[in-house]
Design a protein around this ligand. Structure first.
Ligand SMILES: [Zn+2]
Length: 1054
């Protein structure tokens, strides 16, 4: 055996390159309809050269399929078939998975990194940079001990390289990121880096607040909105009428285009209550989400994230980066609240930092990254630990010359099966280490044997059943015709596996109102046949042969059926619908066909017709803010829970498209979709002309996206911690197995871990997520993701390796589940308390000694208060009057399976000044903070949160811009009924539409576009998303909330 000390000249694996010899990649062969944005990853805000998102056809009912082959989805672009994998000899490798956190020598990237990750051009940042905190230096960012301070002694006892946000009795709010000595701007303190000259400093010098500044904040009156609506005695907020009347932002703080007005904003953010006159914090001096996002993008977006090192914190979800798998799962699959977890449960309890992983097992990857390889261990199945059944992975330790291996999870020693035996090199590593994905990669798949199949039988390919409500409203709105027209072409784009020429998925059709109509679309028939089942009390499927068919074989009959359905029900007077029997019918059909599958149900109303699962209207807004509010989120009958259980057992996943004109009880109708791993889409007051495009895009994507069926997920952990709690759209019949009838590429499962023993710094902690599922072609597989984390005995290490976006994802899900069983106020208070404890623990144990007047935040968590406030103000936890009960139930379920990127933009929307966009480049304009004072009435802005896109137009926007974007000659002529932007041939229009298309392509749902004119009625809706401001429903402003958190932390410390 040769021992070769040479360093590598290239990575043994990584981005698209020769694959593992003999390992196929289970490329998802999903097919793209033209006009359907597919990529949901990609640049958050970075320029994306080469971005070629197809521009959706405007105004056409549907996009006809192209005659040629559809563009392959991400997977299909990889080289297929066996490729020469390894250019390295056995034993020629040195850079395995390091056991410690010591950095390994990173091999050079095998491919040039995506050039699109270049930082946003400086010129575009300049619009807000002069006001916002300047970018911290790399040095500052790397110093995770840095704390933010708000307090009198910020200058005298600053944390090392701290970002000071000091407002002290003898100080004033600096606008730069560096702590200032009292009274006068001075040179930076030793060890500090002043990131930028204090350009706006003179403004502050002229008006230093009196010494009581902070004192007024701590013992002051309760912050409005933090514990419900403001007290009755609370004077009207002077800010609001003003905002509505056009003196937009003038009396507020520093604002672009208004000249530095600081601190002439007496009303902004003022706590309610008596004088003394409020001394506000300068919003520019408190941690800015935009700045943190921008800094991470600049610091980490330029090189690939290589997963070889244990416990590495990945770049933020808002940073565009490539991942190279070198033994740990990509952050696209797993993100953790912390990558360094306390060794003992006492430490964990003390910190109150939840230990959780947000797992997206079937995440879509950008085309530059490699899909998991498929490994076949032969007839005996994947090699596993004898005791805990963990799957072979890079952390297993081979011993006795390779004849046995010791489990990294439970330490049990297992014999290596003869067919899997291989010699070890001098380091104890198998010589085939790099030939085997399961030994060298963080993520891979195993081909499952028949032992992993239900009833010891390999599964049949899954089926899709389309179930269309044909009651009066559905027909009259044009919905039925729209769906039928769309299906005619969409059926050619069902998910395919790899190189397969056609999809293996069979399809079936049902229509319903009070009764169900089944259709025989057997290929031998000249015309489809309808069979009516009117006895909905005991649902059965009236035909077996001819109900589920192959699309190509039955093409003519299906086309005929889809032509006839709208005609057959054109004159219907039937307004009542059933719902549960529809699901039962789909379930029975799949049972009869002995396969898993998905039901696509298109439904319009509360199912009040006499049938199992019949519902009554029980909406009652008076319950809000009472102890009974939780019932609004609970199903009104347990019938659907039982039905969901049966569906999961069969692998019957339900996707529900709702088109309500009034309350239809999403909390109850959503139970089955939710527990089967399905999705709910909701189009309230559906109107053909404004909503069809959004609905069709959602439908196309939903039908085409990668999905695994009949799935079971288990997360194994090394000794010392274990998975104790799970959040997401799934069903659990025991305490360890997460069951999903279907799991698509957008769904995440959040898993919480608790200690059951001590951990050691040496061995760290390991997670292995194993997902058993049936592919779209009916192949049974296991997808494995492994992740190694560090363990610490010092709390500072925990706080240095946290990820706030993931923390917020977890906290939101935890709170959104809490409202099912506790009063909303209790849930909100618990959230605030937990976060205060997290920050107080840091303050007490990790921050430098300083006066109690300081608020010190860990660098990695400095956005925790602002994001937490957004969660608290969200519609589920603090609904405004315009938010319906169905909206809240819908959002609650939606958030529960969101990934970290989705929760990030959902809670803190992205706000882009469109008028600052460079029409000659591919880049996006630099985002700005979500506050009204950042808006200029001479500009046009875009705000997106994953569900909506607002285009806000200021009253003073130049007439030329209005003409270019809307094709009308004045502000007053802009229609706020627009659901798309007009297609105009000028650079500004093209640029804005390309930005909108790009954002649509990044999100898992097609966002609703809403044009909002400043001072228009709709503006209230838009302002709801300016989350740094005080909300009309009593939600605190960021500044107020930060002060409130500070008060809570002080109470905990005293
Ligand atoms: Zn084991």
């Amino acid at each position: 055996m040769s021992v070769n000390q040479q360093a590598h000249t290239g990575p043994p694996y990584g981005q698209p390159q020769p694959g593992y010899q003999g390992y196929q990649q289970p490329a998802y062969g999903g097919q793209s309809l033209p006009g359907v944005p597919q990529a949901q990853y990609g640049a958050y805000n970075g320029p994306v050269p080469g971005y070629q998102q197809p521009v959706p056809p405007q105004g056409s009912l549907r996009a006809p399929p192209t005659s040629g082959a559809p563009p392959p989805a991400s997977g299909a672009s990889h080289p297929s078939g066996p490729l020469a994998y390894s250019q390295f000899e056995h034993g020629d490798v040195q850079n395995g998975i390091p056991a410690s956190a010591a950095p390994v020598q990173r091999p050079p990237a095998s491919q040039p990194f995506l050039p699109g990750s270049a930082p946003t051009p400086v010129s575009q940042i300049s619009t807000f940079q002069q006001y916002g905190p300047p970018p911290a230096s790399v040095q500052q960012l790397r110093n995770h001990m840095a704390g933010m301070t708000i307090g009198s002694t910020a200058a005298s006892a600053p944390p090392p390289a701290g970002l000071g946000y000091g407002v002290g009795p003898s100080s004033y709010p600096p606008t730069t990121g560096a702590p200032r000595p009292p009274a006068m701007p001075g040179p930076p303190l030793p060890g500090q880096t002043v990131a930028a000259p204090p350009s706006s400093q003179p403004n502050h010098v002229s008006s230093p607040p009196p010494p009581s500044t902070m004192a007024g904040l701590h013992p002051g009156p309760p912050m409005s909105g933090l514990h419900g609506p403001p007290p009755p005695t609370h004077p009207p907020q002077p800010g609001y009428p003003m905002q509505q009347n056009g003196s937009f932002g003038q009396m507020r703080g520093p604002q672009p285009n208004y000249g530095g007005a600081y601190p002439g904003a007496p009303n902004y953010g003022s706590p309610p209550g008596p004088p003394p006159p409020p001394k506000r914090l300068d919003p520019d001096s408190i941690p800015s989400p935009i700045q943190v996002i921008e800094d991470d993008r600049n610091n980490r977006g330029s090189e690939p994230f290589v997963t070889g090192v244990r416990g590495q914190v990945p770049p933020l979800v808002t940073t565009n980066f490539l991942v190279k798998d070198q033994g740990n799962a990509s952050p696209r699959y797993i993100r953790c609240t912390s990558y360094n977890i306390p060794c003992t449960s006492d430490m964990a309890k003390q910190s109150q930092v939840p230990l959780a992983a947000v797992i997206k097992p079937l995440a879509a990857l950008p085309p530059e990254e490699t899909l998991p390889y498929l490994v076949d261990h032969g007839e005996s199945g994947p090699v596993r630990c004898n005791r805990c059944k963990a799957y072979m992975c890079p952390f297993m330790q081979f011993i006795e010359g390779g004849r046995r291996f010791q489990c990294c999870f439970c330490s049990c020693v297992t014999e290596v099966p003869p067919h899997y035996f291989q010699h070890l090199d001098h380091t104890g590593k198998r010589v085939d280490f790099y030939d085997r994905p399961e030994l060298s990669l963080g993520s891979y798949e195993f081909l499952a044997t028949v032992d992993y199949c239900k009833n010891n039988k390999f599964p049949s390919p899954p089926a899709f059943i389309f179930m269309i409500d044909v009651s009066y409203n559905a027909v009259k709105s044009g919905l039925v015709r729209l769906i039928c027209e769309e299906l005619k072409s969409l059926l050619d784009y069902l998910p395919r596996e790899g190189n397969m020429e056609e999809s293996a998925i069979r399809v079936g059709f049902v229509t319903y109102n009070k009764v169900l109509h089944f259709y025989n679309v057997k290929s031998s028939l000249a015309q489809p046949q309808m069979m009516v089942v009117s006895d909905v009390a005991d649902m059965f499927v009236p035909l077996l042969d001819g109900f589920l068919v192959n699309v190509n074989e039955s093409r003519t009959v299906i086309a005929s059926l889809l032509d006839q359905i709208p005609e057959m029900f054109a004159d219907t007077r039937e307004t009542e619908t059933v719902f549960a029997p529809v699901i039962q019918a789909g379930l029975e059909a799949l049972k009869a066909a002995e396969c898993a599958g998905k039901l696509f149900i298109f439904h319009t109303s509360l199912p009040i017709a006499e049938a199992p699962g019949k519902l009554k209207n029980r909406d009652d807004r008076k319950l809000i803010n009472t102890d009974k509010e939780k019932t609004l989120f609970q199903p009104q009958t347990s019938f659907y829970n039982n039905l969901a259980k049966d569906c999961v057992a069969q692998g019957c996943c339900v996707d529900l498209f709702l088109f309500p004109n009034q309350y239809l009880d999403v909390a109850t109708l959503g139970v089955v979709p939710y527990q089967t791993g399905g999705s709910i889409y909701k189009y309230a007051y559906f109107q053909l002309e404004t909503d069809q495009y959004r609905f069709l895009n959602d439908l196309r994507r939903d039908v085409q996206k990668e999905v695994g069926f009949d799935a079971v997920m288990r997360v194994r952990t090394s000794t010392g911690i274990r998975a104790t709690d799970f959040f997401g759209a799934f069903y659990m019949s025991n305490t360890t197995d997460v069951e999903m009838a279907g799991l698509d590429c957008d769904k995440t499962i959040t898993v919480e871990f608790k200690h059951d023993d001590k951990l050691s710094e040496d061995s760290g902690a390991l997670l292995q997520c194993a997902l058993l599922y049936t592919s779209c072609a009916g192949q049974r597989r296991l997808r494995i993701h492994n992740l190694s984390l560090n363990c610490c005995t010092q709390l500072a290490d925990l706080y240095r390796n946290c990820e706030t976006d993931t923390l917020i994802n977890y906290l939101a899900k935890f709170a959104y589940r809490g409202v099912l069983s506790s009063p909303v106020k209790t849930v909100r208070d618990a959230l605030i308390n937990q976060c205060a404890q997290i920050l107080a623990c840091y303050r007490k144990n990790c921050a430098s000694p300083s006066s109690a007047g300081q608020l010190i935040l860990p660098e990695c968590m400095k956005l925790l208060p602002v994001y937490l406030n957004c969660v608290l103000k969200s519609d589920v936890l603090q609904p405004g009057p315009e938010v319906t009960t169905d909206d809240r139930a819908y959002i609650r379920q939606l958030v529960t399976s969101m990934d970290v990127a989705e929760t990030n933009v959902f809670f803190y929307p992205r706000l882009l000044p469109l008028t600052k966009a460079d029409v000659d480049s591919d880049s996006l304009p630099a985002a700005i903070r979500n506050s009204e004072e950042r808006l200029s009435k001479g500009d046009i802005y875009l705000l997106e949160n994953g569900l909506n896109i607002f285009v806000w137009v200021g009253v003073s926007v130049q007439q030329g811009l209005i003409q270019n974007l809307f094709g009308v000659s004045s502000f007053s002529q802009i229609s706020n009924a627009l659901s798309t932007l007009p297609v105009l041939e000028n650079p500004f229009s093209k640029k804005v539409r390309s930005i909108v298309d790009m954002l649509q392509g990044q999100r898992s749902r097609y966002m609703k576009l809403i044009v909002v004119k400043q001072e228009d009625k709709l503006e209230m809706l838009f302002k709801h998303f300016l989350v740094e401001d005080k909300s009309l429903t009593g939600g605190a402003s960021y500044v107020d909330f930060l002060c409130h958190m500070h008060k809570e932390i002080r109470q905990l410390l005293s």
